[in-house]
Design a binder for this molecule. Structure first.
Ligand code: SF4
Length: 427
């Protein structure tokens, strides 16, 4: 493993998550890249960049710790350059601003700004379609997760209540103009476990009209049969954010999740959903169960145990890096140290490969808010060991890419001809 951010893009991505970046006056965000949006489960608030080797990222810029960053972003003629803030201003990397989608400045036909309905996180569309997570509304004391900023975001960068038609309008724009392949639906907690009922109408329409890959991130429903139903509906990924593996720490960081569901219920749902995909191998109709954690809010050893547990049941870990967002309960907690997390992310890659999990197979999915398992190959000391599974993944990637393109074309043809029929009937 190369321990030099100039030659290891995953290490640079991790270091930027932990340290943030300062922006020199020569760079004007609004002119070239994507606006800074504080959307989606409250972990992302930064500048969207593409690092060397095509690693997309979201770099903290507005939080206090980013003002102390050793990295500064400059515009030098037509290039964006990250340099170290030290005598000689050593060049660290030449990067690109994530392209600003053409539809970002448009409104839906109902007059809502499209970015308030959905926004790109890297190259996929993230939608938080319903009202704010109810942990934020409790009185006298809110029980929201302490790192989360969702209740701060709504009404600012994200619209409360989005109709199915509004979401579909944005999905079609993102598909046609940004070439997305994946839509991720995210909800918080709602009394009465209504989150899947809320999402199902969106899921059916998106699948039917576009054929895109779909993911769902909600609390774990008590009726595990609902997940087989989601799979039949065309959902490809279910994700359960338990955040913290240490049971005592979980209670402290996520008081609402602890009271309503408890850590064991999250783990049961992950395990159950992983079994639903086990007969499918590297299928053309993928189904993945994800367990999501935040590194930096519990000891690294505990994060590694979480990764080992998730992969041992056949699920894939999503590992976020804790970011002390402004306005949150943890805004004063320091971000983690890069050196403490390198091994966590190395373990992420190693465990996915040891357990022969299907990572990095879906086409054109670049995620800015986390290091993807396949990107973590750069942080593994054992990378060479897994040549056999790497070869399988490469074949699967090609085959899946081919079949998925056909699936998209067929969905598009179906959608066009049904739209034409509707238009003809209206004339
Ligand atoms: S469940 Fe926790 S992380 Fe998710 S939206 Fe609610 S408070 Fe935020």
């Amino acid at each position: 493993m190369v321990l030099d951010v100039r030659n290891n893009p995953a290490l640079l991505k991790l270091d930027l998550y932990c340290k943030g970046i300062r922006i020199d006056d020569s760079y004007f965000v609004a002119e070239s890249g994507r606006k800074i949006l504080r959307t989606r489960a409250g972990l992302g608030s930064g500048l969207e960049l593409v690092l060397p080797h095509g690693l997309w990222t979201n770099v903290p810029v507005t939080e206090g710790f980013a003002q102390e960053s050793p990295y500064i972003l400059f515009r030098e003629n037509d290039k964006l350059v990250i340099r170290r803030d030290e005598p000689g201003r050593e060049e660290v990397a030449i990067v690109e601003a994530s392209p600003k989608p053409s539809w970002y400045d448009r409104e839906t036909t109902t007059g809502k700004s499209m970015t308030r309905v959905g926004s790109l996180q890297g190259t996929y569309l993230g939608v938080y379609p319903s009202r704010v997570c109810e942990y934020w509304l409790e009185k006298p004391d809110k029980t929201n997760c302490k790192f989360c900023s969702v209740g701060l975001n709504l009404g600012a960068d994200d619209a409360d209540g989005k109709s199915v038609d509004e979401v579909l309008e944005v999905v079609h724009a993102a598909r046609e103009e940004s070439g997305i392949t994946y839509v991720d639906f995210n909800t918080g907690h709602y009394e009465g476990e209504t989150y899947l009922d809320v999402l199902e109408p969106y899921i059916r329409r998106v699948k039917e009209e576009t054929g895109l890959l779909i993911g769902v991130q909600t609390p774990p429903h008590s009726d595990l049969g609902r997940y087989e139903r989601l799979r039949k509906m065309g959902v490809n990924r279910v994700s359960f954010c338990f955040e913290i593996f240490d049971p005592e720490r979980f209670v402290d960081v996520c008081p609402g999740k602890h009271r309503e569901y408890g850590l064991p219920r999250y783990l049961d749902a992950i395990r159950h959903c992983a079994t639903l995909g086990q007969d499918r191998g590297l299928s053309f109709d993928p189904w993945v169960s994800n367990g999501e954690i935040i590194a930096g809010l519990e000891p690294a050893e505990s994060s590694k145990k979480a990764i080992e547990w998730i992969t041992s049941v056949g699920a894939i870990p999503t590992v976020c890096v804790f970011r002390p967002l402004q306005g949150t309960d943890y805004s004063d907690v320091p971000p983690p140290r890069t050196e403490d997390l390198i091994d966590v992310f190395g373990t992420l890659y190693d465990q996915c490969m040891e357990n022969e999990l299907p990572i990095g197979v879906a086409p054109n999915i670049h995620v800015s808010l986390v290091l993807l398992p396949e990107e973590c190959a750069w942080l593994s000391r054992n990378r060479g060991r897994y040549w056999r599974h790497r070869a399988r993944l490469q074949l699967a990637r090609r085959a899946f890419g081919w079949s998925f393109r056909r699936q998209l074309e067929q969905a598009e043809q179906r959608y066009r001809s049904s739209s034409n029929r509707v238009a003809a009937a209206a004339v």
